[in-house]
Structures are given as C-alpha cells and as structure tokens.
Design a protein around this ligand. Structure first.
Ligand code: NDP
Length: 290
C-alpha cells in the first residue's frame, strides 16, 4: 500500500498563481500596465504548441499579457535575432523565451545569448546560470526552482541532507544540483555513465529523477523514508494500448518506501509553469521599481 505523502505541485502552483494575480492587480494600478511575456515558437512541433498554449493560458489567468509569436519553419536566424532585439527594447515585455526544439537550421544557443539577461524568463541565459554558480540573485531556471519551492512548501529539511540528482542537463540536472547546494544539501550528480546507480540512489535522503527514462527508478533503489521528486515527463503506450504520461520513477512501488513523492502529472510540471510566471513578474517589478 502507498504510504508516501504526495507533494502536490498542482495545488501549490494554483496557490502561487493566485498570489501572483494579487500582486499584479496591485502593481498595475501604480505602473499602468501589466507584465508581459513573449514566447517565440518556430515551426509546428505539436508538443511545443501544447506547452505554449499551456503557458499562455496560465499568463491570462494571472494577468500577464502574452506577446507570443509563431514563425514558419523556414524563418531565418537573422529574422529571429531582430525580433529578439526588438523585444529586448520593448518595455511592455518583461520576459522572453524561445520554445525548444527549433528547426535544424537554427542555432538555439546563439538566440538564447541575445535575450537580455534580465528578461530571460526561463533562467537559462549564461549570465543567469553564472549568477546561480556564483550564488548571486538572478532569474533561476524554472524546473529546478519549482522543485526547491515545492520542497520548501512542505518544510522538507535540506540542510546537510544527502541529495542525489539523476540527470545533468543544462535545463534541469545541473541547475538543480547547484540550487540544492545553495540550500546546503550535500549533492551527488548521476548520469548515463554513472556506475552502480542503485548504490548511489539508495543513499539519497532527497532523490531527484530527471533522466527522461520511464521507470528508471524503482523502489529497490530508494532509501526508506526518502523524499522522491520525479521531474521526468515521458509519453508511453500502456499494455491496453492507451497513451499516457509517466515520470522516471516507478510510482506505485516507490510510494511504498518513500516518505514524500511527486505525482506525474500534477507534480513538477505545473510548478515549472508557476516559476515561469514568477520570473516574469519579478522582472516586471524590477524593471518598474524606479
Ligand atoms: P536530457 O535528455 O537533456 O537529459 C537527460 C539526463 O539524464 C542526461 O544528463 C543523461 O546523462 C541522464 N541519463 C540518461 N539515461 C540515464 C540513465 N540510464 N541513468 C542515469 N542517468 C541517465 O533531458 P532533460 O534534462 O531535458 O529532461 C529530463 C526529463 O525531464 C525528461 O523526461 C523531460 O521531459 C522532463 N522535463 C520535465 C520538465 C517539467 O516541467 N516537469 C521540464 C523539463 C524537462 P548524459 O548526460 O550522460 O547523457
């Protein structure tokens, strides 16, 4: 039977959205306009389109204006650079992000470099990653920031704890490890070349799975009473032929040994969107504070 308590990212994201909506209503009276977020999409990746409509719906809910732009697949690098340069200058726009993946002829990294660091709502610009490494204030990457916020909401002690992050991508694993370090956890990073993953994960008080492999983490790999966070979002076809979303953690068995666990969906996914909105609002408040 499941004994683990659920870390309810969906509920916390709804609470954060309510708080942001209140902040926006109040600030808008003084500032005279709402915060704005520009999401750039190129081509017709259906998953990207779904993510973007999700983000835009969340923006509308809290009162952030969307300056979304959808470009045809053949759009050139220079065209996109010009759009980013314009958005950097536009004071109605407080956050800019480029939805990945991009068509092959485009260089995503070089576009990311052109976003003004203080409008980098995804927190992935090298300046913001550098600020994270240095322990300076800055826009933090949304997914790992969402993990930390969720753990803090449930008052889970992190100081001095053994934290294991499975995955080392620049999007999730690396910034996740740095953010855990920032709150004084002792951090181990595992990846596809790690030997004997099980021995490492078994030592984790806090286990974060961000590998993108369904069922990678099973109950046997988890310490009794651990806090287990599943960042993975994987679409699988189950035995009945139905398509559904699962994480990297085998939920039903792990929920019997963990003390806390995040569900998929309803865990870190909604927290990521909430942190994107929060980054946009904090850029807005920063830009309008003088
Ligand atoms: P990447 O594919 O970029 O990175 C996966 C990482 O996992 C790599 O570092 C890889 O190691 C490591 N890895 C792969 N296989 C293993 C293995 N067998 N054992 C240990 N480590 C392994 O993925 P992302 O970081 O972008 O995303 C990870 C997951 O999180 C995906 O399912 C993605 O959909 C999901 N995601 C969810 C978000 C949310 O909002 N909840 C947001 C972003 C992502 P190596 O470096 O050696 O290749």
């Amino acid at each position: 039977t499941q004994t683990a308590k659920i870390l309810d990212g969906k509920a916390l994201a709804a609470k954060i959205q309510k708080e942001l909506a209140a902040t926006i209503t109040e600030s808008q009276l003084k500032i005279g306009r709402p915060p704005g977020l520009a999401v750039l999409m190129v081509g017709d990746n259906p998953a990207s389109a779904a993510y973007i409509s999700n983000k835009e719906r969340a923006c509308a809910k809290v009162g952030i204006a969307s300056f979304g732009k959808h470009f045809p697949t053949q759009t050139s690098q220079t065209e996109l650079e010009d759009v980013i340069a314009e958005l950097n200058q536009d004071e109605q726009v407080n956050g800019i992000l480029v939805q990945l993946p991009l068509p092959k002829h485009l260089d995503a990294i070089s576009l990311l470099h052109r976003i003004a660091p203080d409008k980098d709502a995804d927190g992935l610009h090298p300046v913001n990653l550098g600020r994270l490494v240095r322990g300076e204030a800055g826009l933090r990457s949304c997914t790992p920031a969402g993990v930390i916020r969720l753990l803090e909401e449930y008052k889970i002690p992190l100081l001095g704890k053994q934290a294991v992050v499975v995955g080392r991508s620049i999007l999730v694993g690396k910034p996740m490890a740095l953010m855990l370090l920032e709150v004084d956890a002792t951090v181990t990073i595992a990846h596809s070349r790690t030997q004997d993953l099980k021995t490492i994960t078994q030592n984790a008080d806090i286990l974060i799975a961000a590998a993108g492999i369904p069922g990678l983490i099973t109950a046997q790999m988890v310490k009794l009473g651990a806090v287990v966070v599943d960042v993975g979002i994987n679409r699988i076809t189950d035995s009945s032929g139905k398509s559904r979303l699962v994480g990297d953690i085998d939920f039903s068995t792990t929920a019997m040994v963990a003390e806390y666990i995040t569900p998929v969906p309803g865990g870190i996914g909604p927290m990521t969107v909430a942190m994107l909105l929060q980054n946009t609002v904090s850029s807005y408040l920063q830009a309008t504070s003088n």
